[in-house]
Design a protein around this ligand. Sequence first.
Ligand code: ADP
Length: 596
Amino acid sequence: MKTTYPESSHPNANREATPDVSRSSWSVFWRLLKLMRAYRSWMALGVLLSTLAAIAGIGLMGLSGWFLASMGLAGVAGVSMNYFVPAAIIRGAAIVRTAGRYAEKLINHDVTLRAMSTLRVELFARLLPLAPARTGFLGHAELFSRLRADVDRLEHAYLAVLLPILVAAIALPLVTVVLACFVWQVAALGVAMVLLVAVILPYALARRSAASSVAVVELEARLRTLTSDALLGAAELRLYGGEAIQAERIAALTEEHGRVRAQLDRLQAAGGALVGLAAQATTIATVLLGARALQQHHLAPAELSMIVLLALAQFDVLLTLPEAISQLGATLVSASRVFALIDAAPAVDDPAQGLPRPTRTDIRFHDVAMSYAPTDESGLDTAKRWALCGVDLDVPAGRRVAIVGPSGAGKSSLIGALLRFYPIQRGRIELGGQPLEAYAGDRVRDMIAVVEQRTHIFNGSLLDNLLVGRPDATAEQIHAAIRTAQLGAFVAGLPEGLNTWLGEAGVLLSGGEARRVSIARALLADRPILVLDEPTEGLDAATAHALLSALDSLMQGRTVILITHRLAGLAELVDERYTLRSGRVVREPIGEFSRA
Ligand code: ADP
């Protein structure tokens, strides 16, 4: 049987990845520029320098044309002319053009890179409060895509679109005025051609490339997700022989991406060719119009070569525009994807004026119901499934309570609601006698340390991973935590002790070691409430038993909620036991396992 692997399991994933930009392209573009407003002085300087370089370049062409023709004509006529002044001006223009280009590139790229890095940091800061409720369905690869590729593409909006448009808007009227002083028909022709190349052609290109631009961004994001999924699941794919299917899917997407990219490239090339054609046609027409003006003695011979070269040079500033415009669609799609993240509201709102950190640590759930189904008016919540339905639970301060239930019973959901990661739809959770929603989420989480079944080990040293619990921990505190978590022998055996690199997702740690790192982290964090989520799950009996005394030390003096699907081995650690089944809690006798 042919195995298929879900490329994007959540129905919202693709809908999110393909925002509709057509309606609001301009508002997206302006919002993008507003994001960069902190850099407006530097941007203004960048535009000024670019314009100066462009004018110097155009002037250089015109003046050189006039100068060479004048020198030639003077030579033929055998008369002398003052060549010092024009030669000095030409040299000056050449220097301004070269230096201006250098400074302009430096400033414009610097300012966009700075703006993009600020945006990336801001975006990351906005992302954190969205986790885990609002980020879960997008997946890591998709989030990474938005933070990296989409933000990268945004620099295009200023560098390739706004900048050349502004430069053209300042420099071209000057050229038109100069041309009009000699032959007005040439100036009028120039204006018509500029309109064609800078307005009509880009508009037509933008219309034709709109669909491909959206598709290209979406395909790139899907490719990234698919590839990262294949890499993460490489072992499973090899095990079940799924490499060929995954490779086929990647190849098919790559091919489709290539096809859409080629469509965009063809449009871009056609745009470039049309600008070239317009430039050549303008040159020829200028020669003809200039020759007639020469015949009618409205133009001096040397001036003819000057206006021909001026007419040609004005296209220099327009050359990049069709390419920029054909990429504008993709830039705006990326911007919409970034803005969608910026605008996403956290799943749980913080109160405007949260209560201060509570002094008591008793926890009470009263008739709590919670569902992961969206509660907006989209109609998606009709078949709401309740993860918790009517939970009543009392955890007095300093008590150790076990919540036992089969997989899927709602144990993690209970903790998610307590940590204010997910909103509840009914009932009340109280912390220290006050409703949980009266505290800011961070204040609640400040009170609670969590030891999870699957601890995330960051790609850093053991020390980095411990300091996650408390960045300012002293050496004594770290060593005490290591001792209590029974990591001493493990650390002593590491080649570089605490500075040993643990690898991506802690690949160099065994399950039991990772669990101990998590216990040491929780010890360092030193919070009055402790949540243990299946702390011995997946460990062999000997390792699990060895962990018990570390867990017991961690529990000392704290209010504890231990969630597990099987209490065996952990029973001696707790005071009370509840059973959670299908989102409901039932109190059960402790029996012979009582800690006391
Ligand atoms: P347990 O921790 O006891 O295994 P959970 O609290 O994880 O149970 O799950 C309870 C129910 O909620 C299950 O039906 C599960 O499928 C669902 N669920 C859990 N997490 C999510 C989530 N992030 N989004 C949607 N449904 C979820």
